[in-house]
Design a protein around this ligand. Structure first.
Ligand SMILES: [Fe+2]
Length: 285
């Protein structure tokens, strides 16, 4: 299975192993690194904050914009401050875990997830209870890594439960790479707002790899996987573009996404774009 480096805190003597663990398709997990809510913020731990069909509340640290909620006025401002504080928390943690990434990390969306892991009937492609690597149709990342920090803030003890796959990215990619075709998107996708930025050949391959595994019932059933339980107060991080993962259950969590250019990694050759270029024998960017 994906190795899990479990650390006591930010002063753990093994902290220096964290970057290697992440880059080798493992998880770094702090069972006791809580994000503290301030008095009154527990009121936001409710699906009542959602607007319409939203499954989580999103926050853009660059603009301060909050989406996915029906809150307005003072409650909205207090929730915005809470999520912004989590974004700061995740940045502080990651700066300690991966100091060499510092200036190269690109801060992306923060999400607040007061709803239960989605159990509604949905398409296999959208069902994140099935093992997958992250790749998003509307958000091409153009070869950059997707590194995410999560914290369980459940107030009464519910664990957040994942499954992680046995295969590392290269093993997973090898399984499907003969069945995918690089299909970079035309500029029109960006022009009409379908994608935020150009869909590169790499992005198209990653989307196909995401779908190949998600849609294949036999592979889902046969891939060896391990159950991981993250208790309230736990903070964990993982490259979700290379680690096979599935969110099975849980409620009340925060997540902060970062992008990282492969060249800022300690081992750039382990970036999915480099692995795929080697396996496919062609440039993908
Ligand atoms: Fe995911």
């Amino acid at each position: 299975m994906a190795d899990v480096l479990t650390l006591d805190g930010l002063d753990d003597p093994r902290l220096g192993e964290a970057v290697g663990a992440l880059e080798h398709d493992g998880l770094v997990m702090f069972p006791h690194l809580p994000f503290a809510l301030e008095p009154g913020e527990e009121a936001f731990l409710s699906t009542e904050v959602f607007s319409g069909e939203s499954k989580n509340v999103s926050y853009d640290p660059a603009s301060g914009k909050v989406g996915g909620t029906k809150l307005e006025g003072d409650p909205l401002e207090r929730m915005r401050a809470m999520i912004a504080r989590y974004s700061d928390f995740a940045q502080t943690v990651l700066a300690r875990v991966a100091p060499t990434y510092g200036p190269h990390l690109q801060l992306r969306r923060t999400s607040f997830r007061p709803g239960p892991v989605d159990t509604r009937v949905m398409s296999k492609r959208k069902d994140d209870r099935r093992l997958h690597i992250d790749a998003f149709p509307s958000n091409p990342n153009q070869g950059r890594r997707i590194l995410r920090v999560f914290t369980n803030v459940h107030p009464t003890g519910l664990e957040r439960v994942w499954a992680v796959g046995n295969d590392d990215f290269e093993a997973y990619a090898k399984r499907w790479v003969g069945q995918v075709t690089p299909r970079p998107g035309g500029a029109w996708r960006e022009a009409v707002g379908l994608t935020k930025g150009r869909r590169t050949a790499y992005d198209s391959v990653m989307l196909q790899l995401h779908d190949k595994g998600k849609l294949d019932d036999a592979w889902q059933a046969g891939e060896p996987k391990s159950r991981l339980a993250f208790p309230p107060g736990a903070t964990w991080m993982v490259y979700t573009d290379s680690v096979l993962h599935a969110a099975l259950s849980g409620q009340h969590a925060f997540e902060q996404t970062f992008y990282l250019p492969p060249d800022a990694m300690t081992e750039p050759a382990r970036a999915p774009v480099r692995v795929l270029e080697r396996l496919m024998g062609q440039p993908l960017l």
